[in-house]
Design a protein around this ligand. Sequence first.
Ligand code: MCN
Ligand code: FES
Ligand code: FES
Length: 905
Amino acid sequence: MIKRVLQVNGVSRQVVCEPDESLANVLRQNLGLTSVKIGCGTGLCGSCTIVKDGKLSRCCRTKMKTVDDYTAITTLEGIGFPGKLHPVQLAWIAYGGAQCGFCSPGFIVSAYALLLEKQSPTRQEIRDWFEKNRNVCRCTGYKPLVDAVMAAAEVLRGEKTEDDLLFKIPEDGRIWGTKYPRPTAVAKVTGTWDFGADLALRLPAGSLHCELVQAKVSHANILSIDTSEAEAVPGVFKVVTHKDIKGKNRITGLITFPTNKGDGWDRPILCDEKVFQFGDAIAIVCAENPKAAKEGAAKVKVELEQLPEYMNAHAAMADDAIEIHPGTPNVYYIQKIAKGPDTRPIFDGADVVVEGDYYTQRQPHMPIEPDVGFAYQNEDGKLVIHSKSIGLHLHMYMIAPGLGIEPENMIMVQNPTGGTFGYKFSPTMEALVGAATLATGRPTYLNYTWYQQQTYTGKRSPQFTSVRMAATKDGKLLGMETDWTVDHGPYSEFGDLLTLRGAQFIGSGYNIPAIRGEGRTVCTNHCWGAAFRGYGGPEAEFPSEVLMDELAEKLGMDPLELRYRNVYRKGSTTPTGQDPEVYSLPEMIDKLRPKYEAARKKAAEASTDAIKRGVGVAVAVYGSGLDGPDTAEVDAALNADGTVTIFSTWGDHGQGADMGTLGTAHEALRPMKLTPDQIKLVIGDTSNAPVAGPAGGSRSQVMVGQATKNACDQLVAAMRKPDGSFRTYAEMVEEKLDLLYRGKFTAPANDCDENGQGNPFCCYMYGVFMAEVAVEVATGKATVEKMTMVADIGVVNNFLVTDGQIYGGIAQGIGLALTEDYEDIKKHSNMAGAGIPTIKDIPDDIEIIYVETPRPDGPFGASGVGEIPLCGPHPAIINAIYNACGVRIKELPAYPAKVLAGLKG
Ligand code: MCN
Ligand code: FES
Ligand code: FES
């Protein structure tokens, strides 16, 4: 142990710690300064940024033995706090800089240091600073952060006042359709929004630290597991294996369709007979401290018989491949599409036919906050599990039989969450901490390292897609044939539903009268397929949107014009045969056209021999909802002081369930003339709120929004007196009127049939994307210089949120196009290796044009937004690369080496 005296935020603080402990952990654990967040833990993300002796430092990498006595340290707590915010914090709120908020403390400290050094930085200097100091954000697309620093600098220079940064409620009192800041913003910009690892520091004494014993191979039989040496390590309380699990020891994958050849019970909580993928959990070492847990985990002996590893769909489909789950074929689900007449005669008679093969990769979600959770038994003996779950009730039903506990004896709570982008549509560690607590009788806590986050949570499923299109010579689409193969990894979880997305969204946006095709879900030994923002949309729309450009070229037609001729108009139907709910695509393309012409002219003028520039477009459509009659419930209660509380399980990835709920409830409660702070939010606890459904499929604003509105409408109706005035709380009690109302909504939609035909969604989101790209001829490196999105997401609840959703989604689309992958388990296991976009990868110039077409089935006309911005950037970028330099990339990501090979070849 060593002792140090540190000058922290202007005061002397003494600490005693291990010499090898990190400064980040000491600030967090010994001094309670939890604004210092630990994301990557390896110096790559900047979430632990502090000022140390006048310089920025990523203190997760700093060992205490290298820190001198009296080192001066400034953390976010020393810069501003609730009630006295620094201008940078105020600006972060005003510009929507904190979505999930996990990166915010590190960024704000970094921006604070920049503004001490430079009073009037340019936008480029701010970008260079964040790049140099490795501040990485996965939510915001960076532009709002640069906006915030510029505004804070103006305040610090006296050109603007702090008051200028505060949101002013309009005179009519309405916050719907404004930039009202999200209610969690102050906590997020002050580092007081407690994420799972922060909450875990305050678990009671006696809580156990968990460390996983994980597979280091991708496919094997387990011959034996020996825990004896591990259990002898001082401090180890128990090593939990499959033998300790009282239930089925399986997480159900909730098979959606009867034609699925699996039964869904394929994912072990703790491996018993087999290892199915790298990182699979085999045992949990529960110990009094993290060190003992780690030491114990290293001593668990697992004897394995290695089996052939099928690391992609083609390998698993080979004739000699063994069944990964014995008894279930590796190709376990087939989805057909058959719309309109037979396509064969159409293709035979068409003026033009084009076809191509495409691949979208295993995109990693890369939240900055690694997975974290804890469990305990409450005073009623119920098992309470806290995690990053964005589908609390769903996860409860998926893990309860495996744990051997009735759902009514469980409570699920969502901790403040540092981004998920869909990976938390899957249970990850919920069943692990649940099993550990049931086996030990103690509270248990598990915090993945970022390496574990990357190697042992689900990813976007890679997809191989072939598409053929037939058209007349004037560009009218006549028919389409498709074939797609989804590599879903070893676990079936929602794999059939994902494969259905190929039927629903390949070629979506266009009226294609005849479609035939088949998709299949394949079990492999690479990382399991989880939902990822867009869930099948980016995979489906990449092939058809690149092929549309190939068709345009063959026809000698402008690609935007080809799209314009074919997009949905009255009388058109979607690939599933549904009438679109609105027909805004022609108007959206009209809005883009002048910008497109200007961009093409600019690109032509700015191209040189060394740097080629090009412009690419893409259309994208995605549904808001789970398929069919999607349902949500929300409660609204009148409080004694006249305020209203909303009880909801709208899951919050960081997108803004808080603002979504507040904006919708405030609008619905407007007759009562409540101010926003008179609406209290209780979100994310199954013990006090009904089933809102998971926050996936960009469904929440529509489904949960409608249920919220319905609950509020009922309350308002109950409070309204015959003369139009409203009952007080006392009058409601006196008249024995209910004080709590349960709002419900069921989408007017139906499931697709075996041919992929039906009306699966009541609301869709539409996007038209334009990418302006520069390609460096010497290296093949493509840089996106500007992105434009025309978005129809219905009527907007909150523009600060939807702008942020669009910037952030576009940034992930750029990553999908150019840099991101999780193929090589070694190389892609850290943020940099896996290609997370840093600020230099994302243009500062991102333009959003809204076309707000009210949706008949959305609350106050709203549709969803979350996923659409990630459904179109990648084909637009790939089309732009082709238009710049003539290289058509059909397998993502478009690494420089691939483009260079194309340039040379
Ligand atoms: N919204 C709005 N007006 C509209 C539509 C939506 O103001 N017309 C707001 C909503 O109030 C909500 C947000 O936009 O705050 C997203 O709403 P919606 O599209 O309904 O999506 P969900 O709330 O169901 O969120 C899920 C969606 C998905 S599926 C993924 S994945 C995702 C995403 O949103 N992951 C995210 N956005 C993310 N953003 C962040 N920062 N982090 C993630 O992990
Ligand atoms: Fe320290 Fe990522 S840089 S946690
Ligand atoms: Fe930056 Fe979520 S707000 S990572």
